[in-house]
Unconditional design. Structure first.
Length: 79
């Protein structure tokens, strides 16, 4: 899933933290980097308060992808 122009990075990373399955960051070379707690913290610190222009994620669990899609569509109530 390619994601563009995330302005509320805090809520976005909270949503990713709630994912049940593995979530991978896909880099420009197509390599998958598992977003474990350490990698997620690094990303969160890098983008907190800023805008994520473009990001590609891969989800092991389809329900996690739905949860992120709902957040992106404004259908989620994640605080």
């Amino acid at each position: 899933m390619k994601i563009y122009n995330i302005e509320n990075t805090k809520k976005f990373f909270n949503t990713l933290s709630e994912c049940k399955g593995e979530v991978d960051l896909v880099n420009r070379n197509g390599d998958h980097i598992a977003l474990n707690d350490e990698h997620l913290s690094i990303l969160k610190e890098s983008y907190l308060g800023g805008t994520i222009r473009e990001l590609e994620l891969s989800f092991e669990n389809g329900q996690d992808a739905v949860k992120v899609f709902e957040f992106l569509s404004g259908m989620s109530s994640v605080a």
